[in-house]
Design a protein around this ligand. Structure first.
Ligand SMILES: C[S@@+](CC[C@H](N)C(=O)[O-])C[C@H]1O[C@@H](n2cnc3c(N)ncnc32)[C@H](O)[C@@H]1O
Length: 170
């Protein structure tokens, strides 16, 4: 009994260590997240306001959506990892934004984002490249896209170099 508990603890510890080096668009990379300071900087760069519908593709624990809701925006988070879906829903509820933010458990490649006015992505370049044709097809003219850390193959509109955030417009 003691041996199996010990073994399970070692496996859990190794998984946590490994998750830190897996790419950020992987469902097995729980520790890659946007902190509050950067989430606020994202909202500022995209000028998120109460007319916006913000989609976070791979929303993690929902921090960017929560900061967007503080500025009056509605939010939709799409997250593939069931644990992070639960964490995001709890955080949304605790922060009192359950009327403003919906967290969907799904693969964002199977979703539509037609009503988005702002799209948030913190995903590796390979995934951003795959999303680009979908964005061009689905999104309305004028939709803002904010990418944290990774560049998109689109003309850059604005950049916050200090926080590694880039803004693009469809
Ligand atoms: C780097 S984390 C960013 C989390 C969050 N956006 C943030 O900035 O804190 C990437 C997230 O995308 C999720 N993800 C990866 N591929 C996905 C997919 N195809 N559909 C939905 N979520 C996905 C992962 O589970 C992870 O939570």
């Amino acid at each position: 009994m003691l041996l199996s508990v010990l073994l399970l603890s070692v496996i859990a510890f190794l998984l946590i260590l490994l998750s830190m080096v897996w790419p950020p668009d992987s469902p097995w990379a729980p520790w890659w997240r946007t902190n509050t300071k950067t989430a606020k900087a994202i909202c500022k760069l995209a000028d998120i306001n109460n007319k916006d519908i913000v989609y976070d593709l791979g929303c993690g624990d929902g921090e960017v959506l929560i900061q967007s809701a503080r500025r009056g925006a509605k939010g939709v988070g799409i997250e593939i990892d069931p644990l992070r879906v639960i964490i995001a829903r709890i955080r949304v509820f605790i922060n009192g934004f359950d009327e403003k933010i919906v967290i969907k458990r799904n693969n964002f490649f199977n979703e539509k984002y037609k009503d988005a006015t702002v799209i948030i992505v913190y995903l590796i370049p390979k995934t951003l490249d795959k999303l680009l044709p979908r964005f061009r097809k689905q999104l309305k003219k004028g939709t803002r896209i904010v990418s944290y850390r990774y560049e998109m193959k689109m003309p850059l509109k604005k950049e916050d170099k200090e926080n590694h955030i880039r803004l693009y417009v469809i």
